[in-house]
Design a protein around this ligand. Structure first.
Ligand code: GAP
Length: 459
């Protein structure tokens, strides 16, 4: 059993194998032995990841005071000098001279306790040296010092350097925010724990620009907003908490910072960072670019460099939190009185990769033909009316109906729609609910709105 108390997943490997078997996440370049800490999202995973991004994007950009941005991954190298990444974005790296293992000194417990190699226990170690986490490449045909560019280690800087472009093009007044989703890259010394810490990952970041003096209130407001987001998408409250950073733990740019932590199977760990970055970044870019990034407040006729409240969450890490939170094993009695374990991903329907599965009870032509028509109605909606809904839907005709229900439970599909021998006579299908296993008989012409309603009513 991989569930601990209160049905909490305690073993990440259970998810890793489910994710591979069902097409959520595969090891990158697997047929070549895999590339360390890089992962590919499969048919279900790519759909679910898209849903995670859409949930975040909508929560941000449907507010009247937040706009979107999609900045390039490659930026002028001076950006990273100004931001402090060239000189300061590094971790202390230690080499074991015996087994050649390399590890990060600041979070390796055995090293901190006894200065021993966590791999072989040897004390023959190098002194810690700072290792910059940015990936470098070259732009253009000449590979020299002058052509170095970096793969961005955070999406935030694309927002800072576009602050004036976004503000003047949208005529937004402060306070307002800029939201962005995109790939970031960090040459982590110790990546691991599946998609929790990787070298290529996606971030969802929002920078909220405020008048200095109003920053502390905005910081508190965003803490609440972000926690409400997680509640809205069904993460269990007992698995979420705030963890403030003490004065000694603050990043070089931060005036205040708090992590939203999630109780992963590896323990409480950062899911999202919420930071009061003061005017650090805009001031640095003013200094290095020579361009003004000041805001002119027309009402009070004053100029100032805005403070920034940042919310920053990893898309992959949130994807993992959703999977961990949703995974459950239920003990059901089988027909012979034995034990039968039902694996369910109780994902919020907006996050679940598929909303419905259409299952003909048998492979008879008449059932298959009707089932295909129903699949199409669900996939495309009916008569172009948005109110009747269109959904990510799948079709499955192989194996017993019980087995097919279980397949859908395991990937979190909220509804199964069964076409049976009665369907031709009464124009109805059976809709089976993932969480309760309850079944309803629903008229085909009501099916889309029934499912839409069911998705909306999900709590
Ligand atoms: N702009 C601020 C910033 O990037 P961060 O705390 O370094 O702050 C924000 O990163 C979030 O990005 C983290 O809370 C985490 O969810 C995600 N993240 C950071 N490094 C990651 C990695 N190596 N793999 C996966 N996700 C990562």
């Amino acid at each position: 059993m991989t569930n601990g108390p209160s049905n909490r997943l305690t073993d990440l490997n259970t998810l890793v194998s489910l994710a591979k078997r069902r097409g959520f996440v595969f090891q990158s370049s697997e047929i070549y032995g895999g590339l360390s800490s890089c992962w590919d999202y499969g048919p279900l995973g790519s759909q679910m990841k898209f849903n995670v991004k859409m949930a975040w994007w909508k929560a941000m950009t449907r507010r009247p005071d937040v706009v979107g941005l999609d900045a390039a991954i490659l930026m002028a190298p001076m950006v990273w000098k100004a931001s402090g990444h060239v000189d300061g974005f590094s971790d202390p790296l230690v080499d074991c001279k015996e087994c050649k293992h390399r590890f990060r000194a600041d979070n390796t417990e055995s090293y901190l306790k006894s200065r021993q190699c966590p791999n072989c226990g040897s004390k023959n170690l190098s002194e810690p040296r700072q290792f910059n986490l940015m990936f470098k490449t070259h732009m253009g045909p000449v590979e020299d010092q002058g052509s170095i560019v970096y793969l961005r280690p955070e999406t935030a800087q694309g927002i800072f350097v576009n602050f004036i472009n976004c503000q003047t093009s949208t005529r937004h007044k402060i306070p307002f925010g800029i939201a962005q989703i995109g790939k970031s890259f960090r040459n982590e010394i110790t990546p691991g724990n599946f998609i929790f810490r990787t070298r290529e990952f996606e971030q969802m970041e929002m920078q909220y620009f405020v008048k200095p003096g109003t920053d502390e209130k905005a910081f508190e407001d965003w803490k609440e907003t972000r926690m409400n987001f997680y509640k809205r998408f069904g993460l269990r409250l007992e698995n979420l908490r705030f963890q403030p950073h003490g004065p000694g733990e603050l990043a070089h740019y931060a005036k205040a910072a708090v992590d939203v932590q999630y109780n992963f199977p590896i323990g409480w760990s950062e899911l999202e960072g919420i930071h009061n970055r003061s005017d650090f970044d805009l001031s640095q870019h003013m200094k290095f670019s020579g361009k003004s990034l000041e805001y002119f407040d027309e009402v009070n006729k004053e100029k100032f460099v805005p403070f920034v409240i940042e919310t920053a969450v990893g898309c992959d890490r949130l994807f993992l939190a959703f999977l961990c939170d949703a995974y459950r094993e239920e003990n059901l009695a089988d027909e012979k009185g034995g034990e039968d374990v039902r694996v369910v991903l109780g994902l919020h329907p907006e996050i679940a990769p598929l909303k419905a599965a259409v299952l003909p009870l048998s492979k008879k032509d008449e059932l298959i033909g009707t089932a295909e028509k129903i699949r199409l109605r669900l996939a495309e909606g009916v008569g172009g009316e948005a109110a009747t809904g269109d959904f990510d839907v799948t079709y499955d005709e192989s194996a017993s109906i019980g087995k097919r229900y279980r397949r859908q439970d395991e990937i979190g599909t909220p509804f199964c729609v069964t076409v049976d021998f009665q369907t031709a006579a009464d124009q109805k299908v059976t809709v089976r609910h993932r969480d309760t296993m309850k079944q309803d008989r629903v008229a085909i012409d009501q099916l889309n709105s029934f499912i839409l309603q069911g998705l909306r009513n999900f709590t």
